[in-house]
Design a protein around this ligand. Structure first.
Ligand code: NAD
Length: 315
């Protein structure tokens, strides 16, 4: 059997590397630049990335020995899937590793919006003791609308009902997701209905040509005045200019954002808006999720190199 060479470009825990060492040599080149990647990719049979490294058509074409591209996480929008398919390169990911972490961050953002946690902390650090201005509201009794009822959206639905959010409205384009949620007692509705009824709206769709900009000025105008928006999915799904305008007018009372159209966004008007809680794409950044992602992708890439069965073949 060949000794496979495996390139790791965005870090991987030792536990994952140990699994890969069974089948080959791992080279950790965390932080590799785009130019270096173009020169070095030709030596490798597999490459494992997170979201930082862009695996473009040019990179794929330069990867003369490349058999597998592994994404230690769920989103594969940084990989040119069409080029990979054309050149017969398998793409695998680790789609379930971050589900709990992202669902919990979503709840954290919703709670922080409801109780002004970030503003309260900032005021204490500035030496103040203000209480009245920090009067919040309860999640209890509020209606949550979830757009995208996949793994993370469903996990948020379960957690929100434990908080006494009595009506969780779900919208998805896949009928099987809707029926699964209906069986658990959640109400599934049209997008229009969700916009009209929800006090909180949380976005959990992938970024696709259809979802890019789906939360635009028209969609926001259909939402209830005072709605709070949370997005831990992908930058680009919310039209950030439209959101900023709605925050300024007060139509949107608050937004919790983990993802941005450009990352890092810098101190933009949106990020620094007093009613925005911004986090630097930390949805998957828990120790547990990172370990799970390393183990899952290592097994999957190993299996792909050995010609074994694949659990998460993207293309
Ligand atoms: P998933 O594939 O399980 O769920 C996505 C759901 O969206 C599916 O049920 C799909 O049917 C639905 N969908 C697709 N297009 C739609 C549309 N146009 N309208 C309505 N529904 C549509 O994915 P997941 O694991 O739940 O991940 C959800 C999102 O979270 C993805 O965007 C992913 O990139 C993002 N994510 C973010 C982080 C982070 O660090 N913040 C980490 C992991 C995942």
């Amino acid at each position: 059997m060949d000794e496979w060479k495996i390139l790791i470009t965005d870090g991987m825990e030792e536990i994952g590397k140990n699994i890969l060492r069974d089948v080959g040599e791992t080279h950790d080149r965390t932080g590799i630049t785009a130019d270096e990647l173009m020169t070095e990719i030709g030596e490798y049979h597999a490459v494992i990335v997170r979201s930082r490294t862009k695996i473009s058509r040019q990179v794929i074409q330069a990867g003369k020995k490349l058999k597998v591209i592994g994404r230690a996480g769920v989103g594969v929008d940084n990989i040119d899937l069409e080029a990979a398919q054309e050149l017969g390169i398998t793409v695998v990911n680790a789609p379930t590793a971050a589900t709990i972490a992202v669902a919990e961050l979503t709840m954290a953002l919703m709670m922080s919006l409801a109780r002004n946690v970030a503003q309260a902390d900032e005021s204490m650090k500035a030496g103040s003791w203000i209480k009245k201005q920090l009067t919040g509201s309860e999640l209890y009794g509020k209606t949550l609308g979830i757009v995208g009822l996949g793994r993370i959206g469903s996990a948020v639905a379960e957690r929100a009902s434990a908080f006494g959010m009595p009506i969780v409205l779900g919208y998805d384009t896949a009928e099987e997701k809707l029926s699964a949620l209906r069986e658990l007692g959640f109400e599934t509705v049209t997008l229009e209905d969700l916009y009209a009824r929800a006090d909180y709206i949380s976005i959990h769709v992938p970024l696709t040509p259809v979802t890019r900009g789906m939360i635009d000025a028209t969609a926001i105008a259909r939402m209830k005045p005072g709605v709070r928006l949370v997005c831990t999915a992908r930058g680009g799904i919310i039209d950030e200019d439209a959101l900023l305008e709605a925050l300024d007018s007060g139509h949107v009372a608050g937004a919790g954002l983990d993802v941005f159209a450009t990352e890092p966004p810098g101190p933009t008007k949106l990020v620094t808006h007093p009613n925005v809680i911004a986090t630097p794409h930390i949805g998957a950044q828990t120790r547990e999720a990172q370990t799970r992602a390393s183990v899952d992708i290592a097994h999957e890439v190993k299996s792909a190199l050995e010609g074994g069965a694949l659990r998460w073949k993207v293309s």
